[in-house]
Every structure is written in structure tokens, then in C-alpha cells.
Design a protein around this ligand. Structure first.
Ligand code: NAP
Length: 294
């Protein structure tokens, strides 16, 4: 494993994501500057229709990160009571706008609005967070596609730390379209033997204990403890939860699981920063591939 620090004697190593994120941000900023010089300033649009605090925090942080890398970020805030017609019109307009290279449809969405139907309106080449069902289908078919940035970040983190995947047993806990399913697809494309667990899985630990690589994306504090982890297993914690004391924590009880795991990704500082960096890098790639002047 590269770039991996050890949390303590005979304790799990730390799969740090901050150094990797910095590296991705550096090359993204260089790409953005080059494109801007050629008259194609990269531009991301984030469509918001919620007053959820967590979403607001994420959008502010994404917009700030984009600005620091030289990527314009338009936050299109339609209000929490936006209807399907307004969202449809906005996504259609942005998809047709040649100066926009990436589109993110922020969740949650207003009640009664179907996320998948709206995401289908995002032009596939601008679907930098892999939300369009077409992107999911292409990913499943093994065709070139934008995977959701979080799923891509899990694989980048594993690669960065030199974790081999071919022939290894991988278990993904969670089956959302945003994380669980695309992570499972990406692991499968890398020749891991993949199982997916969810709410209805009987005896979760019985499954997860067989994992060489365990990816947890649920949203439940302390779901995964030592009893869920095989000795020496690699654990990627995608969960982001707010603890009662206000701290950001993952789904893994790190204190407990670190006594058995070989390595664990921290929260914060693991998958999260890599996700944001990859989403912005994808925006620059889309700008480079766009029909504007190059
Ligand atoms: P989600 O849509 O709510 O999906 C959660 C999944 O966990 C579902 O598939 C659910 O199963 C499963 N699940 C719930 N309770 C379970 C249990 N007791 N045992 C096993 N599986 C269980 O959430 P999400 O959008 O995938 O996000 C998951 C977590 O990742 C959240 O904490 C979120 O904040 C975090 N996240 C982080 C990033 C990042 O960049 N770091 C990005 C996105 C999400 P069912 O399908 O059966 O209901």
C-alpha cells in the first residue's frame, strides 16, 4: 500500500483520501487554466430544489472548491417548492447550453418529483455525477460512462493505496443508485467477486466477514464493528453521518473495527474529498470534449 499511515501498533492502516484529492485538484486546476486560455472556461451547474441544511452545506463546499480550481459554478436554486415542470425546463435548458459542461441535480428533491425521470434529462456528456439512468446502463454494460463521483472515488482510493482487486472477495453494504450499485459494478469490472448487502440481508456479519474488501455505504453510525470484519480486510467507509456531538462520522465503528481490519478509510478525510475532486475533474474533461473552441 502506498501513502498509508498506521493508526497504531497492530491497528488498521488509514486509507487517507486527502493527499489523493490534492493531486486530483492540482491536475484539474491545470486543466481548467489551459481550457480557459483556449476560450473554453469550464462551467458546472448545480440545480437545487431543497432547503435541506446538509445539501446547502455540500453545494456551498462544491461551489467553493470549483472556484478555487478556476471552474465557474452556477448554483441554480429553484426553491424547495419547485415543481416538476420548472425542474424539467431548467435541466433541458442547461443540457442545451454549450457554455455548461457539467450538471449536478442536487438531492433531496421536492416530494412527488421523480429523481430518475429528471436525471434522464441531463445530457449524458454533461452528467458528471452519473445520475442519468443511461449512464448507469452504460456502466452496467461495460461501455464508457460517467459513474457517480462517489463510486468512482471508492475505486480511486483503493487504487491509490495499491489494493489489488482481481480475484478478491468484495462485499458492498448498501444498494443505492448513487453509491452501492455503481461501486459493485466498478468492482465487478475489476474482476472482484462481488456481493451486495442491504436492509433485508439476513445476518449481515455472516456476509461481510468473507470480504477481502468491504465497502460500507448505508448512513448508519456504528453499523460495522469488529465482528463484521475479516482479519486484515480493507474497509472503505462511505457513510457520512452527524454524531450527537456534531462530529462528522462514517458507518464504521473505527475504534472497534480497527482491531481486525488491515486498513480503514477515515471519515472525514477518506472518500469525501476524493468525490468532490473527481466531480470537478470530470467537469474539466467534459469541457475538453465539448464542441466549443479548443
Ligand atoms: P441511501 O440511498 O439511503 O441507501 C442506503 C442503503 O443502505 C440502502 O440500500 C439500504 O438498503 C441500506 N441499508 C440500510 N440499513 C441497512 C442495514 N441495517 N443493513 C444493511 N444495509 C442497510 O443512501 P446513499 O445515498 O447510498 O448514501 C449512503 C451513505 O453514504 C450516507 O451516509 C451518505 O451520506 C453517504 N454518502 C457519502 C458520499 C461521499 O462523497 N462521501 C456521497 C454520497 C453518499 P435498502 O435498499 O434495502 O433500503
Amino acid at each position: 500500500m502506498n501513502d498509508t499511515t498506521t493508526a497504531g501498533t497492530e491497528r488498521a492502516a488509514v486509507l487517507d483520501g486527502t493527499g489523493l484529492a490534492r493531486r486530483i485538484r492540482d491536475r484539474t486546476a491545470a486543466g481548467a487554466a489551459e481550457l480557459t486560455g483556449r476560450g473554453v472556461p469550464p462551467r458546472l451547474a448545480v440545480v437545487v430544489a431543497t432547503d435541506d441544511d446538509g445539501a446547502a452545506w455540500y453545494v456551498r463546499s462544491l461551489s467553493g472548491a470549483a472556484g478555487r480550481l478556476g471552474i465557474a459554478c452556477d448554483v441554480v436554486d429553484l426553491g424547495a417548492d419547485a415543481d416538476a415542470a420548472t425542474l424539467t425546463g431548467t435541466l433541458t435548458r442547461l443540457s442545451a447550453d454549450d457554455t455548461v459542461h457539467g450538471i449536478v441535480l442536487q438531492t433531496p428533491l421536492p416530494d412527488g418529483v421523480r429523481a430518475e425521470e429528471l436525471a434522464a434529462l441531463i445530457a449524458p456528456e454533461k452528467d458528471v455525477d452519473g445520475a442519468n439512468p443511461l449512464s448507469a446502463g452504460r456502466l452496467a454494460a461495460g461501455l464508457p460512462a460517467h459513474p457517480p463521483a462517489t463510486a468512482a472515488a471508492v475505486l480511486e482510493l483503493l487504487d491509490h493505496h495499491g489494493i489489488a482487486l482481481a480475484g478478491r472477495s468484495a462485499v458492498v453494504v448498501g444498494r443505492s443508485l448513487v453509491v452501492g450499485k455503481p461501486v459493485a459494478q466498478l468492482l465487478l469490472h475489476r474482476d472482484a467477486t462481488v456481493s451486495i448487502c442491504h436492509r433485508h440481508t439476513k445476518d449481515l456479519a455472516e456476509h461481510t466477514r468473507h470480504a477481502d474488501v468491504l465497502v460500507v455505504a448505508v448512513g448508519r453510525i456504528g453499523l460495522v464493528r469488529a465482528e463484521h470484519v475479516a482479519p486484515g480486510a480493507i474497509v472503505v467507509d462511505v457513510g457520512t453521518n452527524t454524531a450527537p456531538d456534531g462530529r462528522l462520522v462514517g458507518d464504521v465503528d473505527v475504534e472497534d473495527a480497527a482491531s481486525r481490519a488491515g486498513a480503514i478509510s477515515p471519515v472525514p478525510g477518506g472518500v469525501g474529498p476524493v468525490t468532490t475532486a473527481l466531480l470537478l475533474e470530470q467537469t474539466v474533461r467534459s469541457a475538453r470534449a465539448s464542441p466549443g473552441p479548443r
